[in-house]
Design a protein around this ligand. Structure first.
Ligand SMILES: Cc1cc2nc3c(=O)[nH]c(=O)nc-3n(C[C@H](O)[C@H](O)[C@H](O)COP(=O)(O)OP(=O)(O)OC[C@H]3O[C@@H](n4cnc5c(N)ncnc54)[C@H](O)[C@@H]3O)c2cc1C
Length: 389
């Protein structure tokens, strides 16, 4: 195991897709001394459990700030994927086939028609397909399909390859990746960041980015000047773990070319013949078990999309914990009350999608102190601030 540096310019807590994307963006801006601290292996949690869909349009019902953030990040992906391939030789398998969203009953059709209306009026790329056209595109979908929407620009990546590529890119750029190392607390001196207590000793730093996913609210702070009581919580709390279970089928030869959604499930075909099906939305704390009920409900909803899934071999199943804030939106940027503290948390169902833009925005905030007004909806201060002075 590499020696842990005793001092660093910027420390990032969490080696999921968000921590790694932020680290790479900082290195690209010339920050020489970046340390990522991950208590397990890189991508061990939600980032490795995800389905990898980049689908801002498929589930959006209005063009709010969050939609613009998601769409902006999706549109960064072609360059992001090409750069990662060039830097590391790892292809993150950015697909370009698009996403198909099925209407399987009258309620679904009503919902999809509204989505089609606002998105086509807004000039977004969306197609309304009859059941025949949908089945021509994807012959394995259910014969009961009534209509479908196709989102040609909503795509997917292989998120586990994305983690590998980000790790390799960071290593090439001299970022220090410390795995199997836990952050126990963040230390402050006179209301400013002064370092981190870790399972391998103290690291002095003036800037910390919290990217600890569903565990972000468990981090505590200790104040060397004694202003804060010992083990007090850091601000911007309220991150809750939301369990999502996933099934993985053997589907060789592939039965789908698109990512296919219904309002009750999605299926994601991978290039290697795996077919992922998800997911559940469960508020069960930090419990990552796969349950019989979860498997049953995903299986049933996936078979509604395509009865053929019933005859595929189930290869694997897993669960991950999505990091959710009380309003469901991410927390991005500097926390004004504590100098040197930045948040990149709460990406909930869209952390893979939002990784490239989060990297850019947080690097801007750390390096230039820049936080565009368009990010107000995601400011840490919208949650009860803690006054440390
Ligand atoms: C079933 C499922 C399907 C999903 N599908 C999609 C999808 O299709 N598209 C999409 O965009 N998103 C999807 N998501 C959401 C996405 O996975 C998350 O939003 C994203 O992975 C969050 O990334 P993160 O880096 O913030 O968190 P994580 O990947 O959880 O990383 C946080 C890391 O911090 C580490 N950590 C925590 N505490 C400490 C500590 N004290 N010290 C050191 N390290 C610590 C953890 O070990 C962990 O590795 C899905 C999620 C699930 C569960």
């Amino acid at each position: 195991m590499d020696k842990l540096p005793r001092t660093t310019e910027v420390a990032i807590i969490g080696g999921g897709v968000i921590g790694l994307a932020v680290a790479r963006a900082l290195a690209l801006r010339g920050v020489r001394d970046v340390l990522v601290i991950e208590r397990d292996r890189l991508g061990a949690e939600s980032s490795g459990a995800a389905a990898g869909m980049l689908a801002p349009q498929a589930e959006a019902d209005s063009a709010d700030e969050f939609f613009h953030l998601c769409r902006g990040s999706r549109d960064l992906y072609p360059v992001f994927a090409a750069e990662l391939l060039e830097e590391t030789g790892i292809d993150i398998q950015l697909e370009t086939t698009g996403t198909l969203y099925l209407g399987l009953n009258e309620e679904d059709v009503k919902e999809l028609d509204l989505r089609y209306d606002w998105q086509s009026k807004a000039g977004l790329s969306v197609e309304r397909l009859s059941s025949e056209s949908a089945r021509k595109l994807e012959p394995s979908i259910s014969e009961s399909v009534l209509m479908a929407l196709r989102f040609p620009l909503d795509t997917q990546v292989e998120n586990r390859r994305l983690i590998e590529a980000l790790a390799a890119s960071n290593q090439n750029r001299g970022v220090h990746l410390a795995t199997d190392t836990s952050v126990n607390s963040v230390t402050l001196a006179r209301g400013r960041i002064s370092g981190l207590e870790t399972s391998r000793g103290f690291v002095a730093t003036e800037r910390i980015v919290i990217a600890a996913g569903a565990w972000s609210s468990l981090l505590t702070a200790s104040d060397e000047s004694g202003v804060l009581p010992p083990d007090s919580a850091l601000p911007a709390l309220g991150i809750e773990p939301v369990r999502g279970q996933m099934l993985c089928f053997d589907s060789n030869p592939a039965i789908f070319s698109h990512v296919v959604y219904s309002p009750r499930a999605y299926v994601v075909p991978r290039r290697d013949g795996r077919l992922l099906a998800g997911s559940t939305t469960e508020h069960v704390g930090f419990d990552k078990q796969v349950t019989a009920e979860g498997v049953g409900s995903i299986h049933a909803a996936a078979m509604e999309i395509s009865p053929g899934i019933g005859s595929l071999a189930l290869k694997e199943s897993w669960a991950g914990l999505r990091p959710r804030t009380p309003d469901g939106l991410p927390v991005l940027g500097a926390y004004a009350e504590i100098e040197g503290l930045f948040y990149a948390i709460g990406h909930y169902r869209n952390g893979i999608l939002l990784a490239p833009i989060t990297g850019e925005l947080i690097a801007d905030a750390v390096v230039d102190g820049a936080t565009p007004g368009s990010l107000n909806a995601f400011a840490p201060e919208r949650f009860a601030p803690v006054c440390v002075r």
